[in-house]
Design a protein around this ligand. Structure first.
Ligand SMILES: *[C@@H]1O[C@H](CO)[C@@H](O)[C@H](O)[C@H]1NC(C)=O
Ligand SMILES: *[C@@H]1O[C@H](CO)[C@@H](O)[C@H](O)[C@H]1NC(C)=O
Ligand SMILES: *[C@@H]1O[C@H](CO)[C@@H](O)[C@H](O)[C@H]1NC(C)=O
Ligand SMILES: *[C@@H]1O[C@H](CO)[C@@H](O)[C@H](O)[C@H]1NC(C)=O
Ligand SMILES: *[C@@H]1O[C@H](CO)[C@@H](O)[C@H](O)[C@H]1NC(C)=O
Ligand SMILES: *[C@@H]1O[C@H](CO)[C@@H](O)[C@H](O)[C@H]1NC(C)=O
Length: 367
């Protein structure tokens, strides 16, 4: 126990040193639209493509060896369903087959540019990569990784304002590393991310950024919302900006491909809250080991910890029962009154995410 403690302290120092060095060269704060455009340039990287049959059992077994679990694998810990490995494998099989579907190619494949590498957080000590996706409890995962990296000893000890402060929280991004270091990690580390129903996710982003705005990020209400209202509110008599963005305006903006791309260049990094998972994490280009689902997080979280070999070291914070379930009533409520044409355009944009991760087409909104 003592030895592990000192190992942790040592790793902490090391990570801090690296971070201090790295932070001199990078600037994670606001990006101007110009910088956003610059990031379109693909990076010079080589990865084993997703076609390397990542779901073959031998490979899974190899991975398990590379990440030996401190808790032996014979008895899954409490909260974890014993057949979750099978569920995970089926998800990866689906992902692989959708990635191969050429008719969805543009919606599922993403070039490995810096933008994607910015989303991925690194835990070198335990060889883990985590791609951050919004509105799926990723703050909790970041806390877990911060603890693993050694800056804090318990999830509860991390001050809320430290979690997203990447200058100080000891959680480096993959983009801060050299091409060689990036390739090494993408090839060898345990990689995961979490998704949820694409439409429910958009509702959640809309509420969080344009209605409640709990983290006080005024730019959503003061610059992004008015720009969307100006372009997409149907009746200009209705364009009372102080009333704020309606979900309908948001849907029209997201479903209008050229117009959205034009606006997104002005909005900068904030668009991560509504970009597709495919754009954020490049799941057809990086062979992830687990894609967790928010809807089943109470099974996925313990499974991920065990598969990554860290279940004995850290716990995922408890999940209030029922809070992650898909709520059709809520979805219907938000979409009621929005024209089928607009909903279909929205679906067309997120169809890749629906297919890749096995979410059902929401027929009740589209037909
Ligand atoms: C970070 O970037 C912003 C905007 O690009 C700039 O204003 C700021 O000075 C930069 N900070 C550092 C420490 O480079
Ligand atoms: C990619 O890397 C190769 C060799 O490492 C180099 O010759 C080439 O110029 C690089 N391309 C870009 C776009 O950086
Ligand atoms: C990654 O995606 C890009 C964009 O579709 C594609 O051109 C490239 O071949 C892919 N690379 C791999 C290794 O899958
Ligand atoms: C590819 O995706 C399209 C659109 O979802 C679907 O209709 C088609 O059946 C898929 N093809 C294969 C081979 O799965
Ligand atoms: C716009 O909405 C605000 C808040 O509801 C209201 O006070 C104001 O009178 C409205 N302005 C117009 C021009 O309708
Ligand atoms: C689902 O959403 C509706 C409308 O927002 C809400 O009234 C209801 O309590 C929610 N149901 C659950 C189980 O959370």
């Amino acid at each position: 126990m003592m030895r592990r403690h000192w190992l942790l302290v040592g790793a902490c120092g090391w990570v801090l040193l690296v971070l201090m060095f790295v932070s001199k060269f990078i600037n994670f704060t606001f990006r101007t639209p110009d910088e956003y455009r610059g990031r379109d340039e693909a990076l010079n990287l080589t990865f084993p493509s997703v076609n390397t049959a990542k779901v073959q059992p031998e490979l899974l077994a190899q991975k398990a060896e590379m990440h030996p679990s401190p808790v032996s694998s014979d008895s899954p810990p409490e909260g974890e369903s014993p057949d979750w490995e099978v569920v995970t494998m089926h998800r990866l099989q689906l992902l692989t087959s959708v990635c191969r579907n050429s008719s969805l190619w543009d919606l599922t494949h993403t070039s490995m540019r810096k933008f994607v590498l910015d989303r991925i957080f690194v835990c070198d000590k335990h060889k883990i990569l985590f791609c951050q996706t919004p509105k799926v409890g990723n703050t909790q995962w970041k806390k877990v990784l911060i603890v693993l990296n050694g800056k804090f000893s318990k999830v509860e000890d991390i001050p809320e304002n430290m979690v997203h402060d990447h200058e100080r929280n000891g959680l480096p991004r993959l983009s801060s590393m050299s091409d060689f270091e990036i390739n090494e990690r993408l090839n060898k580390y345990f990689k995961f991310f979490i998704v949820r129903d694409p439409f429910e996710r958009l509702i959640s982003a809309f509420k969080d950024k344009f209605v409640q705005n709990p983290r006080f990020e005024p730019w959503y209400k003061h610059s992004i919302a008015p720009a969307i209202v100006r372009k997409y509110r149907k009746s200009h008599r209705d364009a009372n900006h102080s009333v704020g963005l309606h979900f309908e305006d948001f849907v029209r903006y997201l479903g209008d491909e050229p117009g959205r791309q034009y606006l997104d260049r002005q909005f900068g990094d904030h668009i991560i809250h509504w970009l597709t998972y495919a754009e954020l994490c490049a799941p057809c280009n990086i062979s992830y080991d687990v894609v967790g689902h928010h809807e089943t997080l109470e099974h996925d979280a313990p499974y991920i910890l065990r598969a990554a070999g860290i279940s004995g070291l850290v716990a995922y914070p408890s999940i209030p029962p029922g809070i992650t379930r898909y709520n059709r009533t809520k979805v219907e409520g938000y979409f009621s009154g929005i024209s089928k044409r607009d909903v279909r355009r929205l679906y067309a944009r997120y169809q890749g995410d629906f297919s890749l991760f096995g979410y059902h087409r929401p027929d009740f909104l589209l037909d």
